[in-house]
Write a protein that binds this ligand. Sequence first.
Ligand SMILES: Cc1ncc(C[n+]2csc(CCOP(=O)(O)OP(=O)(O)O)c2C)c(N)n1
Ligand SMILES: [Mg+2]
Length: 658
Amino acid sequence: MQPTQRRLANAIRALAMDAVEAANSGHPGMPMGMADAATALFTKHLKFDASDPHWPDRDRFVLSAGHGSMLLYALLYLTGYEQPTIEDIKRFRQLGSPCAGHPENFELPGVEVTTGPLGQGLAMAVGMAIAERHLNAVYGDDLVDHRTFVIAGDGCLMEGVNHEAIGLAGHLKLGRLIVLWDDNSITIDGSTELSRNEDVMARFQAAKWHTIECDGLDAGKVSKAIEKATSDERPTLIRCKTIIGYGAPNKQGTAATHGAALGADEIAAARVELGWTEPPFEIPNDLLSAWRNFGSRGASAHTDWQKRLEASGKKDEFLERLSGKVDDSWLRPYLDQLLADLKPVATRKASEMALEAINAAIPATIGGSADLTGSNNTKTKGLEPLTADNYGGRYIYYGIREFGMSAAMNGMALHGGVIPYGGTFLVFTDYARPAIRLSALQKARVIYVMTHDSIGLGEDGPTHEPIEHLQSLRAMPQIEVFRPADAVETAECWALALASDEPSILALTRQNLTPLRTEASAENLCARGAYRLKAAENDRKVIFIATGSEVEIAMGAARLLEQQGIGADVVSMPCTERFDAQPADYREDVLPDVSNREILRVSVEAGTTFGWERYTGLHGLRIGIDRFGVSAPAKDAYDYFGITPEKVAARILERLKA
Ligand SMILES: Cc1ncc(C[n+]2csc(CCOP(=O)(O)OP(=O)(O)O)c2C)c(N)n1
Ligand SMILES: [Mg+2]
């Protein structure tokens, strides 16, 4: 006899409360409250095959309420994914267990995205749904035809990013996106009445979503709601009315179940309440085998898909595309053409020029901007807009939604098959930062095209002039910040970003820059992060270390010093992270021993000097800006802050005299 949906759900409840109890840490309330809804989704609707978590046409499931991680771990175990094992679950939240506190995408196949920072799961799901529709437009229903399901809590729907995400999803009519809202009226502080009186349903309706309400504790009703959702062309919000910690008789419905172990007494009482007689971590055979059958429910759909793939004539291309490998054959011819006709350009323009070649050579790129298309230079000639009427387009008008754009790009990158890049002003990485951090943490290949990267943007003034941004982004692990100095470096940095398995930030200028790399080189010099652009002609007394637009200024200062018999190297350092990863002998050659006081090292970057002592040594000279910027034409701003060849050279001469 088939177990009831409630009994299937109780297996999730038991695993969640027992795992949290064993760890004495975690969140039992959410998995216990949403167990019935999740059972409905996984046993009847979600298209997946537990034996192949990477099946490209699987539905994507995103647990946006990531604190309820045990819900997901229980589902993966019960449906028969190779991992997690029950031993992994017993070690929930312990060092080395893939069942980490919050779901991490690289720990377990089946965990599509890393969640925990509330709201971002939902926002990433929007990107997954975009990627699905785009690939569907390219490859057709036979190869790409899946949905994206999300479980989101009150917190996810309070966070600001949800406004950006649902606005974008409604606008793009992402009908294959279905969100189950765990409407339990509880957050950590207590009742949602403490902090919310908005009409969430009306808000989603206003964003052109389809909305449904149901009893979230009744799997049958949730199932009916999902059926309705799948037949509507709009994205759907299903409001699942639930009780947090459902099944724990004395604590359910209260914030006490949100984020703490229930305790032995309450767990014993819950076992009675739920009619659950098994010891911790044991699932009765009949129940486990029923769950395992649900885990292979998608096997025949998977086999059919495989047959269609074989017959499609596009198999190799499709798999190659999903592998994420990129072709860099565009780079050489592009550089040859560039070097043949050098002129001053802003690196944002140089980026657009490189993108013309990239977008022609790599069909997987999807560009976009948060309403600064003409400033970020992200739209190349051939790109059509990706719209509700043309999902095959490759350019997204994200609107003024930096955070939503960045989170969507994470979802697109993790979906696979597309390489998202998107732009805004560098200063507004602050608005996108939580998603940039998740790009890094998840190793999502997202390319951030961040223009107007210094006081060189000029008249817009200090609100728009990044100061601390470059260094603070460099401080983030697993992401590379590139600040190219001219058009050749810009192309090299683009090639590195595309080939990377990490996200990248390209910091690009508004103002024109003089070409510095004027000769072809066989090697991508930016790949080493820093290299000697100019060697000292006189006896070397100074080494400049500069980035981006300030390399040209350092070159000018070096020339002035050479005229006075003072030899100066100029090192261009487009990517500090890459330089730090070079072998010691290379680093030593470019920047000889920091304690060598015979040579003065001078960093030049039009931003905070914080951190540059890492390369100059404490006795070096750090030229930058340790205050907010000014509103003035770029030339005047540079002069005001003393970042001109003459003023830099004068400071060095003064220092050398002392
Ligand atoms: C951006 C962000 N802010 C704060 C938190 C800390 N936090 C985790 S869960 C939670 C409450 C969420 O409430 P709800 O989504 O209703 O979850 P429930 O208590 O119903 O499980 C908070 C504030 C977080 N994880 N992410
Ligand atoms: Mg809640």
